[in-house]
Design a protein around this ligand. Sequence first.
Ligand SMILES: [Ca+2]
Ligand SMILES: [Ca+2]
Ligand SMILES: [Ca+2]
Ligand SMILES: [Ca+2]
Length: 599
Amino acid sequence: MRQCDHWIQKLPIAVLVTAAFMAPTGTVEASDLLVPSQYSTIQGAIDASASGDRVLVAPGFYFEPIDYLGKAIEVIGLGGSAQTTLSILSVDSVVTIDAVSHPAPLSLIGFTILAGSGRVIGNPPSLAGGGVFVRDSDPLLSDLVLTGNSATLGGGLYAQNADLTVDAVSFVDNGAADGAGAFFVDVEGDLTDCVFEANDAFSRGGAMELIRSPIKVYDSLFLANLAARGAGLSFSDNSDAEVYDCTVIGNIAVEHGGGISIDQFSDVILSGLFVTENEAAQGGGIGITHFSQAQLFDVTITQNTAGEGGGLRIFESVPSLDRVVIRGNSATGFAGESGKGGGIHASLRVDSRMRNVLVADNTAIDAGGGIYWWGDCAPTLIHCTVAGNSSQTIGGAMISENYSVPDIWNSIVYANTAPGGSLLAQDSTGEWIFRYCNVEGGGLGPVHFLNFDADPLFNADYRITECSPSADSGSSTAPYIPGTDLDGAPRVQGLKPDQGVNELPVTAGPCFVRGDATADGIINVGDVIASLDYLFIGNFDPPCQDALDVDDSGLVDIGDPIAAMNYLFQGGSPPPPPEPVNPAADPTADLIGCSPLDG
Ligand SMILES: [Ca+2]
Ligand SMILES: [Ca+2]
Ligand SMILES: [Ca+2]
Ligand SMILES: [Ca+2]
């Protein structure tokens, strides 16, 4: 048995798992070196160790920089980060893991790492990795608290040319020029269950800056960090990273990307994110700039504030958005910015595809309460709802300028406000194409297909409700119809897709009164006349074709006005449901529609 067995009962579960699954390899028997019982310092134990060994550190406060000296060893604080602290006074990284190529397990587990200031690298020289410096090595970093460290690059952690596994690490109150919590260059790997709080970068990446680093981040919190750009996360220079199920809250960027900045050819996937209460001069929630192709899926961007682009600012980039909520953000014009684009500010060839996107309750001090499009933008919006937004000038819903032409399908633009008259607005070169949309006040410009204007019957979250005229009023010919709605329900239910972000179940679909062809709530001779007109003259455009199917045969033909007359004048039975006391969806499925666009 190992001499460390008496420690086992004190080991955190993560350490036990590590010990069980990472048995040392190699021909020489691996050893456990105990600090302070066998070696008075951690470095003393490392000096005496060989690759494959473990250095097991008892709880306490250790005041020394440690360097793995290129050895593949595990350095484990047996009491965990809450009981084991490592710090230094000299100008150095507290922990250095450099050029470890041996295949044995390499890890740093169970320490609070405090007050480091980094190692000198590069020319001109920078200080890198105040707390932990990793280069040319692939360590596991687990159960660490990196706090009160500073450096030029990576106040808490600097990693270069590494494949990291970072699990349950807190980065708190670190400072740097770039990447105050962590700075990654040419790094792969995963971060899971991490917390980045109150880190402060002078330039990019208050919490984390990634350069050419396609890492994956899971289940982490980015809270109250500061930077010039990307106060939470900053991705630049081809960082094709993926971020899942994270919360980004209360971060502040002096310039761009309060919560997240995605810049310079970075194709980032953001999924399951909640981005709220962040601030920046441009792009309060998220900024996507310079040829980046982010994919946002199931992302909520709410209550963020910026000079322009309160929720999202997109510049010269083509992100795609699916199932995204952009709500309650504001463009205030502060920091000398335009005050345009309360929800989204999109400029210069933003040819994005946006599906199931709710843009609601955003405000702009200047044009474009919901969305501001400028400069050759040709986005396609499918199943979007733009509602409840306001501007203090023009374009409460949206504004399209400088040769931009949004192509908008199966969507709803309703209940937006602006004092400048038009709720949609455009300059002399901007344009819109609306198809199969419900647009309050109608659209602007010459190219529109089959739209109408009728109260969509929103609930408090801008979902259409039972009997909405937008039910079954979208077109199945729209491009890129998504498989689900914003809430994950099957997208097409009933005869046709619904307009806007949500799809009603068949039973809540278009509502009508059978026999009431004129939709005035009464079945009388006027309905018979309208029905005959529809069948034989063609002047009558029925609000709902299904109301004409008096006998519910699934066909509208001469039998229907005959059935109506029989009921009205001969004492025949009334039309089957839905009846005047309870307008409802058709209880018997057929191929007759009930949209204002049918007929
Ligand atoms: Ca439908
Ligand atoms: Ca009637
Ligand atoms: Ca019939
Ligand atoms: Ca029927």
